[in-house]
Design a protein around this ligand. Structure first.
Ligand code: DAH
Length: 368
């Protein structure tokens, strides 16, 4: 684009004016012909028509001022004509749109392969969790949730782990800082199990209760092939009149068959949990060897899968503070809790728990 300075005019007769304006028009036309981008068009507009530093403004302030009175009219007419030319050049440049070369570069190439959209899928943990929940939903259980940041009362005390009870040590977790001024039962921590939602459920509704509670839990456990400090559980609670250990056995035996196949057997071993009495660990016959004994079941033919028991009267007593209908003389119940990762690892033959959390598409893609 021409940037030649505007010369001073010394002669103001018609011939001199014609010549001076013709030179400017020629520069304006040459510059307009070279405009090829929207940015260049805008720069041209500023260079010629800009209110302060535009060339036409300069012509008007320098030439018109210097002109003797009798030449001003002739100069003004030529100035207006030049301005009209510049404006129409600019209009033409603005309306011209992108050049053919620019269009060619942007054109749609229909011979290129398309962009494939990947379909999403449920994460294997979510899928397993939903599967467990739906086994119990089919038995008439409802589904509940509770907070992951829980009070000491719901996580421990209400579940019959009194302050200082050694069973607390087996479920060490992160606690929220700066709560020294609160009573111990009100202090917040990351819940170590889904069991506190048993108490939350009972406080909100009188018996009968049949509920499963899926959720995330936290423990101070070193990560290894089968442990993660964050994992998932499904809790279960059934409270009614005349609920017995046989109901517990029948329910869990059915659930294990629904999850792992109808040939799976279950057996119950005495165990301890503060919130159940009696308590049991449930083992299922090894799904890898059918019970004959293999590396997976350490040659025993059995795999330990979940904890359960009859709800301890002490737990009903805490619930009874808000819902007197939880009177252990009138009602009874059972509870159970299972680890979702452990069940997913068995169902899908996963040997490293960390695979569930790594976000590696080569792993996750197998579950689509
Ligand atoms: N809360 C126990 C844990 O995380 C699991 C459990 C065992 C839950 C027995 C129960 C139960 O409801 O009855 O280790």
């Amino acid at each position: 684009m021409s940037t030649e300075a505007i010369p001073n005019l010394t002669a103001f007769d018609e011939a001199a004016l014609d010549q001076a304006f013709a030179a400017l028009e020629q520069q304006a036309r040459a510059a307009a012909a070279a405009l090829d981008t929207p940015e260049a068009v805008e720069a041209y507009r500023l260079q010629w028509l800009g209110r302060k530093q535009g060339r036409l403004n300069e012509v008007s302030s320098r030439w018109l001022k210097a002109a003797p009175a009798e030449a001003k009219k002739a100069l003004g007419q030529r100035f207006n004509a030049l301005k009209a030319v510049v404006e129409s050049l600019l209009d033409a440049a603005l309306g011209a749109g992108p050049s053919d070369a620019a269009l060619a570069a942007e054109a749609l190439d229909i011979t290129l392969p398309g962009t494939r959209r990947l379909t999403g899928a449920e994460h294997p943990i979510t899928r397993t969790l939903n599967e467990i929940v739906s086994v119990f939903a089919a038995l008439g259980y409802s589904v509940g949730v509770g907070p992951e940041v829980e009070t000491d009362f719901y996580n421990f005390e209400g579940m019959n782990f009194p302050p200082g009870h050694p069973a607390r040590d087996t479920q060490d977790t992160l606690v929220v800082a700066g709560q020294e001024r609160r009573a111990q039962r009100d202090r917040l921590l990351l819940r170590t199990h889904t069991s506190p939602v048993q108490m939350r459920t009972m406080e909100l509704q009188p018996p009968p209760v049949r509920i499963v509670i899926p959720g995330k839990v936290h423990r101070n456990d070193a990560a290894d092939a089968t442990h993660s400090p964050i994992f998932h559980q499904v809790e279960g609670l059934c409270v009614d009149t005349n609920i017995t250990f046989s109901d517990l056995k029948g329910t869990l035996d059915h659930a294990m068959k629904a999850l792992f196949g109808s040939s799976v057997k279950t057996r119950f071993f005495p165990s301890f949990f503060p919130f159940t009495e009696p308590s049991a660990d449930v083992q299922i016959s090894c799904i890898f060897c059918g019970g004959k004994g293999c590396r997976k079941c350490k040659q025993s033919g059995w795999i330990e899968l979940l904890g359960c028991g009859m709800v301890d009267p002490a737990v009903f007593a805490f619930a009874g503070e808000k819902q007197p209908a939880y009177d252990p003389k009138k009602i009874s119940g059972f509870a159970f809790g299972m680890g979702v990762e452990r069940i997913a690892m068995m169902k899908y033959g996963v040997s490293e728990i960390g695979q569930f959390y790594a976000g590696d598409m080569r792993f996750l893609g197998q579950f689509v």
